[in-house]
Write a protein that binds this ligand. Sequence first.
Ligand SMILES: [Zn+2]
Ligand SMILES: [Zn+2]
Length: 340
Amino acid sequence: MIEHACVLCAVYRRDAEPRQYERAQADDGCRRRLDGEIVDVRDLFLRLANPEAPDVDDRTYEAYDSQGEFIGLRRADPTSVFGGMAPTPARSAQPSVSGSRERQLPINPDIVDLLAPARSGGVRDTMVPATRVEHGTVIHRRIVAGPEGPQVAEEVYPATRRRPVLDDDGSAVMVAAGDQTGKQSVATVLDEIVRDWRDSLFPDERLPVPTVPLLTDWLLVRSTAACDRHPAIAEHAREIRHLRTELYRALGESEPLPQVMWGVLCRTEGCDDVSQLVRRPGSEYIECDACSRLYTEEEYREWTQLLAKQVRPKGRRRAGGLPEWATTTAAAAEADGPAR
Ligand SMILES: [Zn+2]
Ligand SMILES: [Zn+2]
């Protein structure tokens, strides 16, 4: 275990060494990630609760018969008469259990569960199939910057998933539903985190009204203190991350990926050669994933110009210099506009 290792890196940067923090217990980059994800949960929740009217394509075109006679106007989108089609949510990643296929409900139960009000200590006595957690591994491939340019790195992670428990006859074992059924509502999960922070860090404060906007506001104001002192901050960060994923899935969207600035090294003294500069969706900064240094748009432009000037005739790396691929890519990126 490294001394002063950030406890949130395990949540946000699972494939990298944890960064060192300056202020216990989390580094600045992970603190920003936590706040960003709390904001995402609030925004995604509000979008799910107040779906936008679908885009209606009400354009028409002129239709002609095979003789070239005008026969009238046709609609480009026939469903526009009914106000268009709403977006269709993506398939759930939950494992489907064969033999227990239910008729489709006219509403999406996952969305109803996610939007439900906070309930603390509520008990449902419905019986549901018991599940157990199964451990396996997942191979994750990603592209990293290597000495010869982008290359594929493979990592194996432990992963868990739920499987139904079967009895000797092969039928599902039923248990009373606790958290086994449906999804916990966003407000319920946030309310539990709020209560936990209040009890351990702010015992004199009152709890906020448990709506998602008020709970997230409450958490944002106190996240610095929680990162400093709450022993379970990593677990809470993981729960918030999970909510965010569930909300994206319920909206039928995938999580937007950060933009990687290929071949641009970090400016921080001693920062790793293969450091990756990335821009997270919605962020105005470019960030080094290795040391969490932030670059404004202008600092980034100045830095890439400086890198471009350092192109050397030989590809050899020298003290203070850069490998050829790094500088040429930076120069090319500068010429072609923003790096991809
Ligand atoms: Zn961290
Ligand atoms: Zn860096």
